[in-house]
Ligand binder design. Structure first.
Ligand SMILES: [Zn+2]
Length: 246
């Protein structure tokens, strides 16, 4: 049976207060709004990367199609130039020259159709390049936003760390000099219920907030001053103070 002077039991309440504060700080670290913001930005960046792959593929395809379309136009243009040169030279039978004339006309039509197709591919390429540029700009914007949120998160975490260190020092001061068996019991309870000790105030355990029964109060009234009491409901060390209502 652990026993401890009332003063030591009161100091245990200080330790419990520091532990509650440390738990709050740990919770704050875990639930910083920056964590959720970073996840949101990361999700958007990931979707954007997928969109960029699609857009870049479209631009590459259009670029390749344009090269081919330009080649097609060039073939027809060269052929027409050759025909024109032969026609201008005026060599050959009239029938041949007439056939050349005819081919030049149909080549001109063909070139016109191919140039229209080339123009369409050009427009497709411009559209694809514009889409890539837009997505790239959005990616840069999101990356800047991510850097800014990361800096804010790191600053917030550093501030919490400073507080944790200060509370940790205060806790160490509160623990120093307390009987080892009392602290060991406190730690054992804390490991399972979060806090190891609670104040009894106005007949209520401040750990579980449950009001003690008359029978229980009677038991506590009869207990020795240095007895280390436990709450029947939450098992915490129940510390008596002048305002316990006993
Ligand atoms: Zn309790």
């Amino acid at each position: 049976m652990v026993t401890a002077a009332p003063q030591d039991q009161w100091r245990l309440l200080d330790v419990a207060e520091h532990d509650a504060k440390l738990a709050q700080l740990a919770h704050r670290s875990r639930t910083l709004p920056e964590h959720a913001d970073l996840e949101r930005v990361a999700g958007r960046l990931s979707r954007l990367a997928d969109d960029l792959v699609v857009a870049r593929t479209r631009a590459t395809d259009a670029s390749r199609d344009l090269t081919r379309a330009e080649g097609d136009v060039e073939v027809v243009r060269q052929r027409a130039l050759r025909d024109r040169a032969r026609l201008d030279a005026g060599q050959g039978a009239p029938k041949e020259l007439q056939a050349l004339q005819h081919e030049i006309e149909s080549l001109a039509q063909r070139q016109s159709v191919l140039e229209d197709a080339e123009l369409e591919v050009m427009e497709r390429l411009e559209g694809a390049q514009a889409a890539v540029a837009t997505l790239d700009a959005e990616r840069e914007r999101l990356e800047a936003e991510r850097a800014e949120i990361t800096a804010r998160r790191d600053a917030a975490l550093a501030a919490v760390d400073d507080e944790v260190a200060a509370v940790g020092r205060a806790r160490a001061d509160a623990v120093a000099g307390l009987p080892a068996d009392l602290i060991a019991l406190y730690e054992k309870i804390r490991a399972s219920s979060g806090t190891g000790a609670a104040r009894l105030r106005g007949r209520r355990c401040e750990g579980c907030r449950i009001e003690l029964t008359a029978v229980e109060l009677g038991r506590l009234r009869g207990a020795a001053e240095d007895a280390v009491l436990r709450c029947e409901e939450c098992d915490r060390i129940l510390v008596r103070t002048p305002d316990s209502g006993l």
